[in-house]
Design a protein around this ligand. Structure first.
Ligand SMILES: C[S@@+](CC[C@H](N)C(=O)[O-])C[C@H]1O[C@@H](n2cnc3c(N)ncnc32)[C@H](O)[C@@H]1O
Length: 291
């Protein structure tokens, strides 16, 4: 999980060599991480990875980085460490109402179009790399407002991530006050709770929204995905950038199998489908519709 204390590139110079991540060990870890989670780990990430793994070696009671690498790489510890290793190296930056034009498009264009098509049952949404929950809770706030103004409107939200730490945090739904700045004031009143005593710099999502989201762990590198195959809307934002092109293509192809014809796929603003040859046509900035 992202750690604001990630060391700067020149930190750690004075440490003994057994307490640094050697080029060779980093290269071996990079292959494991990319194979398992799809996340590219170029040599420039070595210091960042070393910083994040320091928490792991402390948790395992190991004396230094070399002992951690021997445990994971040479002494059979990898299977037991895989989930925590991946948790440690994922980058989980997120925000409420991130890339806000997507939420305008969702409410003003995508959902009305789905409703005009008289899709039966609930509108099904999937936040497929949900991090600590800001994205699915943003969706939940908007959908709760739609339900309040239209009693026939029904929806369901599934949210998944590979990282177990962020999923635990998302299920708790507790956030630092500073994170809620992008949430409109009227929504804060309806959907956020403030502690009466104690941690006043924290807010919590109201129970009705926490209950509206089903969370699960899905590694997008491991198909088939344990998710419904008839989603109306999939958010896959700010994750493809960590994958190489063949992996992007593999993941997008799988996700198309979970999207109904006419359903919408939202990617991050710096992500693209160019040349991927998928059954998706662009309908707004990094929003695509399944043919
Ligand atoms: C930068 S966050 C994006 C969060 C959110 N979608 C947003 O745009 O604000 C990327 C997320 O992708 C997750 N991730 C990385 N590799 C993954 C994989 N192979 N399968 C599922 N999730 C993955 C990370 O754990 C992280 O929480």
């Amino acid at each position: 999980m992202i750690d604001p204390d990630d060391p700067q590139p020149d930190e750690g110079r004075s440490r003994p060599s057994s307490d640094t991540l050697s080029e060779r060990d980093f290269a071996r870890l990079a292959v494991i991480i990319e194979r398992h989670a799809g996340i590219r780990m170029p040599p420039s990430k070595r210091t960042m990875v070393e910083g994040r793994l320091r928490r792991r070696l402390r948790a395992l009671g190991l004396p230094d980085m070399n002992a951690y690498c021997r445990h994971v790489l040479d002494e059979g510890g990898l299977d037991g460490e895989m989930v925590d290793l991946i948790d440690a190296v994922t980058t989980n930056k997120t925000d409420f109402f991130r890339e806000p034009d997507h939420f305008d498009f969702l409410v003003d264009e995508a959902i009305p179009e789905l409703l005009r098509r008289r899709e039966r049952g609930a509108i099904k949404l999937w936040s497929a790399a949900c991090s600590i929950g800001a994205e699915p809770y943003t969706l939940a706030m908007l959908l709760a407002d739609l339900t309040a103004s239209n009693s026939n409107f029904r929806s369901s939200i599934f949210a998944s991530d590979i990282c177990t730490e962020v999923l635990e945090s998302a299920m708790l739904g507790i956030y630092p006050e500073a994170m809620i700045a992008p949430v409109p004031m009227d929504m804060r009143k309806r959907y956020l709770l403030r502690a009466k005593t104690g941690a006043r710099d924290r807010v919590r999502i109201v129970p009705q929204l926490r209950a509206a989201i089903r969370f699960g762990r899905i590694n997008l590198m491991e198909a088939p995905y344990a998710a419904d195959s008839d989603m109306h809307i999939i958010f896959l934002r700010n994750i493809l950038i960590y994958f190489d092109r063949p992996t992007q293509h593999k993941v997008l192809t799988q996700l198309c199998n979970h999207l109904r014809p006419g359903g919408f796929l939202f990617l991050g603003h710096s992500e693209t489908l160019a040349g991927q040859g998928l059954p998706l046509k662009p309908v707004a900035t990094t929003v695509f519709q399944r043919s």
